[in-house]
Write a protein of this length. Structure first.
Length: 202
C-alpha cells in the first residue's frame, strides 16, 4: 500500500505506522476512499454475523470486544482483533489495556445493576471510555459505536443511537461535532455527546 497523504485523513483519525500499513491484506490501495470502501464491505459482513449471533451475555467481555473488531476488519487488516502495541496521539498506554478495560466493564455492569444512570447515559459513558482507551490500531470509533449499539439493544433493551445530529449538512460537520463532543466528555460533560447520539427532532 502506498502511504496515504495525511491531508486525506479525516480530523481525529489515528495515523498508521509503516509496520501497521504493512498489515493490509488487499493490494493495491492508494487512497483513503478505496480503503473505506473495503472496510465498509467488511463491516457489512460483521453485521450479518451479528444477526446470527445471539451471545448477549458475552457482549461485555474482553473476548467479544476483540472478536467483534476482527469480524469488522479482519478481511482487510492482519492485525484486526489484536490490541495495538504502539503509542498513538490518543489513547492510554497499550501496556495498561487490561487494567483500563477491566475497570470499564466492571463499571458498566455496576451502572446497569444499580441503575446509576439512565440507559442512554450508561451507553454514552461506555462509548466515551472505550474510545478513550483506544484498544486497536485503527477502527476504534466504528468499533465503539457498534459495541455501544449492541449494549443498548441487547442488554439495555433500548433503540440504537442515530449517531447524527440535525442541521449538520456534511460528513465533515458530523465528524467535527462528534470529536468535539468526545473532548467535552473528557471533562465529564456528556451533554454534547447525548445531543449527538439522539438529536431532538426539528
Amino acid at each position: 500500500m502506498t502511504p496515504m497523504n495525511d491531508d486525506l485523513d479525516p480530523p481525529g483519525a489515528t495515523p498508521l505506522e509503516p509496520d501497521e500499513i504493512e498489515g493490509l491484506k488487499i493490494h493495491p490501495i492508494t487512497t483513503r476512499e478505496e480503503l473505506n470502501r473495503f472496510e465498509q464491505d467488511n463491516i457489512n459482513d460483521a453485521l450479518q454475523w451479528l444477526a446470527n449471533c445471539r451471545r448477549n451475555d458475552e457482549i461485555l467481555t474482553e473476548k467479544f470486544i476483540k472478536t467483534l473488531h476482527k469480524k469488522m476488519f479482519g478481511k482487510v487488516w492482519r492485525w484486526a482483533g489484536n490490541y495495538r502495541r504502539s503509542g498513538k496521539n490518543i489513547g492510554v498506554n497499550w501496556t495498561q489495556f487490561p487494567f483500563h478495560l477491566h475497570n470499564l466493564l466492571n463499571d458498566v455492569r455496576y451502572w446497569i445493576e444499580g441503575k446509576t444512570y439512565p440507559p442512554d447515559e450508561i451507553a454514552v459513558r461506555f462509548h466515551h471510555r472505550l474510545v478513550a482507551i483506544h484498544l486497536f490500531v485503527n477502527g476504534n470509533g466504528r468499533h465503539a459505536r457498534l459495541m455501544t449499539d449492541l449494549l443498548l439493544e441487547r442488554i439495555l433493551k433500548q433503540k440504537p443511537f442515530t449517531w447524527n445530529i440535525n442541521n449538520l449538512n456534511t460528513e465533515k460537520d458530523v465528524r467535527n461535532f462528534y470529536i468535539t463532543a468526545l473532548q467535552k466528555a473528557d471533562k465529564e460533560d456528556y451533554s454534547m455527546l447525548l445531543e449527538f447520539i439522539r438529536p431532538t427532532p426539528p
